[in-house]
Write a protein that binds this ligand. Sequence first.
Ligand code: HAM
Length: 421
Amino acid sequence: MERLPGFRDFYPEPLPDGEAWSANVRERIFQSWRQVASLYAFQPYDGPPLEPLALYTAKSGQEIVGQLYNFEDKGERAVALRPEITPTVARMVAARERHYKKPIKWYSIPQLFRYERQQKGRLREHFQFNADIFGEADPAADAELIAMLIDLLRDFDLTAKDFVIRLSSRNAWQDFFNQNGGDESKAYDFYQAVDKLERTAPEESEKKFQALGFTLEQVRNFIAAAEPTEELQAVLDNLAARGMSDFVKIDYNVIRGLAYYTGIVYEAFDRHGKFRAIAGGGRYDQLVSLVSGGKKNIPAAGFAMGDVVLVELLKERGLMPDVSPWIDVYALIEDESKRLATLKLVQLLRDDQMEVDYSMVPMKPEKQFKRAIEVNAEYTVKLENEGNVLLKNLKTKQEEKIPIDKIRDRMLEAILGDDSE
Ligand code: HAM
């Protein structure tokens, strides 16, 4: 049985081939995401992977709705696998916001599903780091999120030479649209045309803009001027104070495809423009009100970073984290009469947080030793007579005999002091 197209199997290291996705790398990425989230004092949340279809149809916009995995469940409810977590978190905040002090700063790492045309950087399932702030309308919140996005990417040793965050604003576009006589009911069509501009043939864009009462040249001139709005200037100043100016630029080509954005928007791209967006986000001050039927009105801003483009970029730059597996200790059992006593030793070491492996069934000594090397053990231990343990450092090949009642202390000293170096 083959897996479905656009879905991934994650294998443990060492990987069977260059095409396989690494479960160890995924773990490492999640760890890094969680760590940066906690540096910025964000708390974790999660929601259901299956939601009412209506959560997305009204709020996310045509593009994502066209990509939904939706069906009717056995209770005849119209449901969809989540294509994003933003409507979910807006619903969660609307329901329980009174319990939490503002600003609410939450993060999540959901797996998401979009029935997309498969292409580089786009699968039908992916993981996303999401960070969102609720209850703060000041651009300082947008700046905090953008700084966090920069630090998330820097945590993988990516630099300002590798990526840039293209900053834009729906307000800036809205003003442009209104000042040039745009018809308010067509604003979203206009945003969609801007969103597709870089990926669409000029003649086609020209036609779309003309139908909305604009010319392509007019739109291009506005983009080329790249004049920051007051809020964008506040974000630029905020980031400059952190020494992060090199990571951002004003770029009105970005407008974002999702329907709910209301203000500042941005996307992170690799500098060479070879990959699709690594991350994207912005302000969405109306969504909580929308999902709560107008009961709650809370400003919100956030972004999400996917795992797929990130891994593609890290691979290309030779920055994939080293995730070769290793363990602390492999216990050798060459004399089967010592198996039970060795199990006791194994448990003792594991109780002290050491990573320990051994052969669960009788195995030739050479094979056990080979296995210890394969699993990248730092040490082997072997119970000897007279209650001694033979400890071997596999890097230095040094051996020492240690009385069993001293082994815990000796091992802790060895592992913590890392005397294998
Ligand atoms: P998005 O731009 O749709 O935003 O997705 C964010 C990131 O997720 C993209 O930049 C991309 O790296 C990754 N991504 C999206 N779709 C796929 C796919 N089919 N395959 C692989 N990676 C993908 C959102 O989802 C918003 N909800 C973000 C947000 C959070 N806005 C406010 N808060």
